[in-house]
Write a protein that binds this ligand. Structure first.
Ligand code: IPE
Ligand code: IPE
Ligand code: MG
Length: 245
């Protein structure tokens, strides 16, 4: 994986007034993409994975500092075992083949979600990748794997109780610090591919004021032009945060 540096690609950068700091993507439609090409669902997931490089590169080029990718939800465990195994295999392979490249490209990796249901070997490689890249600063790439917004809130409440937090000390700022996303800004833009119009348990706390963008394009077909369309739609939104502006 070779990500282009900002110097090689500056002439292709569109000047958006203020790009979103944090973009989060619900990468949906791998199965329907596969069906429409007469392929298996596993092939759809592989095609979706191959799409990651160009998309990361495109968001870096547009100045996005944090990209969160929804790769596997807490509900996705209920899919057929073969499909779940393929998804676990893919994440293993991606870590093995891409982490050094991401590190060279100054990208910091993060994981949000539970790790206790993953194999010890996968858990170890996730932790090692996070450790290796923790001082990188060009972009934070956050992978939501075994992630569920409801599980995240439950885990936060449990940790607060364990820490003996008193009811009067509970505040939005405190809850934020107990979330998996501690230290990350809230998403400014949430993109969902494949035309669905729901969050499917993704960043339900953090998305309170995110702008939402959906496109009928299936994830494996979501390319640089689609990235530009999403960012242009975002640039045209007027964010009011409840105020009169
Ligand atoms: C998204 O594609 C990938 C995961 C949820 C892991 P899907 O597998 O949900 O694709 P569709 O929705 O069936 O087309
Ligand atoms: C959401 O997609 C989860 C991911 C993209 C990882 P799903 O395909 O699981 O969502 P639903 O079932 O259509 O809501
Ligand atoms: Mg889906």
């Amino acid at each position: 994986m070779e990500l282009k540096t900002s110097a090689d690609t500056s002439e292709r950068t569109t000047t958006l007034n203020s790009p979103p700091t944090h973009v989060a993507i619900i990468m949906d439609g791998n199965g329907r993409w596969a069906a429409s090409h007469g392929k298996s669902r596993s092939e759809g997931h592989r095609a979706g994975t191959e799409n990651l490089r160009r998309i990361i590169e495109a968001f870096i080029r547009h100045g996005v500092k944090c990209l969160t990718l929804y790769a596997f939800s807490t509900e996705n465990w209920d899919r057929p075992p073969d499909e779940v195994n393929t998804l676990l295999e893919i994440v293993n392979e991606v870590i093995r083949s891409e982490v050094q490249v991401l590190h060279r490209e100054d990208i910091r990796l993060r994981h949000i979600g539970r790790i206790d249901r993953l194999s010890p070997q996968l858990r170890r490689s996730i932790c090692e990748s996070i450790e290796l890249t923790k001082h990188n600063s060009r972009m934070t790439l956050c992978v939501a794997f075994d992630y569920g917004g409801r599980a995240e809130i439950i885990d936060a409440v449990r940790s607060m109780i364990t820490d003996g937090v008193q009811p009067e000390d509970v505040s939005e700022d405190m809850l934020r610090r107990y979330m998996y996303t501690n230290g990350m800004p809230d998403p400014d833009l949430i993109i969902r591919t494949s035309g669905e119009q729901r969050l499917s348990n993704f960043l339900i706390w953090q998305a309170a004021y995110a702008e939402y963008y959906t496109t009928p394009v299936y994830w494996p077909d979501f390319d640089e032009t689609e990235v530009e369309k999403a960012l242009e739609a975002y640039a045209s939104r007027k964010r009011r945060f409840g105020k009169v502006l």
